[in-house]
Write a protein that binds this ligand. Sequence first.
Ligand code: CTP
Ligand code: ZN
Length: 176
Amino acid sequence: WCLYTPGYHFTYSKPQIDTTMNDHLTKKLKLKVSAINNGTVIDHIPSDNLFKVISILGLQKMKTQITFGANFESEKLGSKAIIKLSDVFFEDDEINKISLIARNAKLNIIRDYEVVEKRVVEVPDKVIGIVKCFNPKCITNNEEITTHFTVISKNPLDLKCKYCEKITHEHQMVIK
Ligand code: CTP
Ligand code: ZN
């Protein structure tokens, strides 16, 4: 690398191969999925839930550019997935829907190729649709009715059904 101060022109070079190789390698590894110009990058999604996240956010209906990858190494998750959405910016309500299955997801808002904001997802107070009621006798499991839960505990998740009032616990949660 090179350091420039007015009046001085000072160049420091470490053993050549090391720095250049490492820089190239780091950049290449980081950009397994290419950088985007403007939009949202959803990072740190558990790989197993990538396609559920796509479905919850309705990404299959979007017409803008979408790139995604799964099974990348992650220190925290072991294996993570990432979704890059060009020209898409989410409202909190919309994006918080994925908190149920991607608790550690991080949102990076990109403008002019720069990360201008980082956000985490939060478990909402109400969950509408997405999750099945655990009670087989619940009306939502027997008729075409959208499920509706109040979140009574966020960690671990406990969802109380508006229709049958039964609790669906996190370990019983089935995504529709
Ligand atoms: N990214 C992108 N396009 C850009 C800028 C960033 O797709 N123009 C992606 C990066 O590839 C990365 C994520 O957005 O997956 C966050 O970028 P950055 O903050 O630079 O990376 P990290 O510091 O590794 O992020 P983290 O907060 O997860 O440690
Ligand atoms: Zn119910």
